[in-house]
Design a protein around this ligand. Structure first.
Ligand SMILES: [Zn+2]
Length: 623
């Protein structure tokens, strides 16, 4: 019995050895059965056919055949070097099928194959690719946190893999868009991953000047590049904001079409770079600078022939150039997406920023009470036609506060009184940058004056000082300054630190090439002297003369017309405050300012008398 059993066992063993031997022969060398490598290549070839042959890819059965190819290879050799690539290809195939046929079961299949790879072959080079695929699938299904978990695996455990950078960038976007905490490994790396938010682009536009302002949640490094026109693309200026992010809802293109700019396009150029593109229709020049607190980048674009005066004295002649372009647009408010909307108004700006006084007195314009005073200017066509008065601060920004008075209230009251006086005395139109208690950013005030083609810009403020004894009148125009007290006042009005002011000085010299420094200085002097002398004549002998000064006031930067800022008095000094609240003083003050402006106009006209307009062709050239 034992002998027989042994024989049977032996036969069985021999049989097994035989069969096994044949199988080995088939797998290793025989031509009758293809190798795993060759079968994988064939499966891959068929997959590529599915990608490129639309007839083939139209039928679901063909796709299923593609999956069977890889599945067979995997099942026959689950430990071969092709096992992981087969699973990866299955993940891809089912994802493609899901995209083609939209059957949820295919997506589930895809996910399970990618998960098989990271579970069975965590060290394989395709493991991090699988995590990335799982991440993007989760994101497309609306599971950002799940996506972040998969991507975190990559940045944490596959630091040398080819998906490491990509995963990190996508995580930063997820962190911003979905408020998902970044993995520890990313946060600990010196905080360089903190992105600043870029806010919606705002702009103010006319046919010879456009101001674009881009705000950010914090200081941002930026660089601008001007690209010249090619056959396929228009001329454009783009600004890249580094380490920045912009919300998707703010990325819609903003059409402008004012003759200077076609549109502004904003996008997340890369995970940490926001690109703002200005598609140019036709511009003569542009200036770009940034202001702090809050950080914003200002781009002033000027039309051809209007932007760069060849000679300051001649270019300073008010209204000559302005007569050439009377049509303008005026923005009003923001819509729900916070993008400034242009509302086309011709000549009649009806909105909150415009003085109601100006509108009410519109019928009086043109029949000025004392036309003889500026007859020469009229004769030459040089009359100041439009003045913008800018009552400082407003809304959330009260300006200086003392003795229960707020600067914003005082200057608004005086501005409203000044507007009709200027209209009456000078026969010009007067606009206010605000006529209610609203906040208007500094850069918007200049933009209003520029887009309105105003001839003069007068900003009204009240000063403040730590010492209650300090009092007096000072009048400013825009320029660099080395005067510590002037810089203190400018820093106060700019709502920024003196430290940041000194940074500004460096770039200001370039910005100021367009500003009318000499004219502004004369206007400041005339108005300043008029207030001092005439107020004294009328009993206000206690006004202390602090002089005409220069300093870098944000609100004056980029103004195309002569522009001044009057610090009427000190809100921190009792005697000055008494004047500020005295209706008789306000009446005299506004009259004195008007007289000062008239003196300026007359002196400008007197300067021009030296020109012989009939013979001197330089006048025409200057236009
Ligand atoms: Zn102020």
């Amino acid at each position: 019995m034992i002998h027989r059993s042994f024989l049977i066992a032996l036969v069985t063993i021999i049989h097994l050895l035989f069969v096994h031997g044949v199988a080995l022969a088939e797998n290793t060398g025989s031509n009758t059965f293809p190798s795993v490598s060759k079968r994988y290549d064939e499966a891959k070839f068929y997959y590529n056919q599915l990608q490129t042959n639309s007839k083939l890819s139209a039928t679901r059965e063909n796709w299923l055949k593609g999956t069977r190819n890889f599945r067979r290879i995997y099942l026959s050799s689950p430990k071969s070097r092709f096992a992981s690539p087969c699973l990866y290809m299955l993940g891809r195939l089912y994802l493609d099928m899901y995209k083609t046929f939209e059957k949820p079961i295919d997506l589930d299949e895809s996910i399970s194959y990618y998960k098989d790879i990271v579970r069975l072959f965590p060290q394989h080079r395709l493991a991090d690719d699988s995590y990335f695929a799982l991440g993007t699938i989760s994101l497309s299904r609306g599971y950002p946190q799940k996506a972040a978990d998969f991507l975190t695996e990559i940045v944490t455990n596959y630091t040398n893999g080819d998906m490491h950078t990509k995963a990190g960038e996508l995580l930063k976007v997820l962190s911003k868009e979905h408020d998902i905490a970044l993995p520890k490994i990313m946060i600990s790396s010196t905080g360089e991953n903190k992105l600043s938010y870029v806010l919606p682009v705002k702009y103010w536009s006319s046919d010879n000047y456009t101001r674009v302002v881009i705000m950010a949640s914090g200081p941002v490094n930026y660089k601008e590049v001007l690209l010249e026109q090619t056959d396929n693309t228009p001329r454009r200026l783009y600004i890249d904001f580094k380490q920045s992010y912009i919300e998707p809802q703010y990325r819609a293109p903003v059409p402008i079409k004012d003759g200077l700019l076609e549109r502004i396009r904003t996008g997340q150029f890369s995970p940490d770079t926001v690109r703002v593109v200005l598609d140019i229709a036709s511009i003569g020049s542009y200036k770009i600078f940034s202001l702090p607190d809050p950080f914003r980048v200002v781009i002033d674009v000027r039309g051809k022939g209007h932007g760069e005066p060849a000679d300051q004295d001649v270019a300073a002649i008010p209204t000559i150039a302005n007569d050439l372009q009377r049509t303008k647009k005026f923005f009003t408010t923001t819509d729900s997406t916070d993008i400034v909307v242009l509302k086309g108004h011709k000549k009649k700006p009806i909105n909150a920023t415009v003085s109601s006084t100006a509108s009410n007195n519109r019928s009086h314009r043109g029949k000025a009470t004392q036309p003889d005073r500026f007859s020469l200017a009229q004769q030459l066509g040089l009359r100041v036609k439009k003045i913008v008065i800018d009552p400082g601060h407003g809304g959330k920004d009260p300006g200086a506060i003392a003795f229960n008075f707020k600067e914003k209230d005082i200057v608004l009251r005086i501005a409203k009184q000044l507007a009709p006086v200027l209209e009456r005395e000078l026969g010009c139109e007067v606009l206010l940058t605000r006529d209610t208690d609203v906040f208007v950013p500094l850069e918007e005030r200049t933009a209003i004056a520029n887009t309105e083609n105003a001839d003069l810009f007068i900003s009204l403020h009240v000063n403040a000082h730590p010492s209650a004894k300090v009092r007096g009148l000072e009048t400013y125009y825009l320029n660099l300054s080395t005067n510590a007290e002037a810089m203190r006042v400018a820093a106060m009005e700019n709502a920024t630190s003196t430290h940041q002011m000194s940074d500004l000085q460096d770039i200001l010299s370039d910005i100021m090439k367009n500003s009318k420094i000499e004219e502004s200085s004369r206007l400041a002097q005339q108005v300043h002297n008029s207030i001092l002398n005439k107020a004294a004549d009328q009993g206000y002998t206690n006004i202390k003369n602090l002089g005409v000064k220069q300093a870098p006031f944000y609100v004056l930067i980029g103004a195309q017309m002569p522009a001044i800022l009057i610090e009427i008095a000190f809100i921190t000094n009792k005697e000055d405050v008494k004047n500020l609240n005295d209706p008789a003083f306000a009446k005299i003050l506004t009259q004195d300012i008007a007289d000062g402006v008239r003196s300026y106009i007359n002196s400008t006209t007197a300067q021009l008398q030296s020109f012989d307009f009939n013979e001197d062709t330089s006048y025409d050239n200057a236009l």
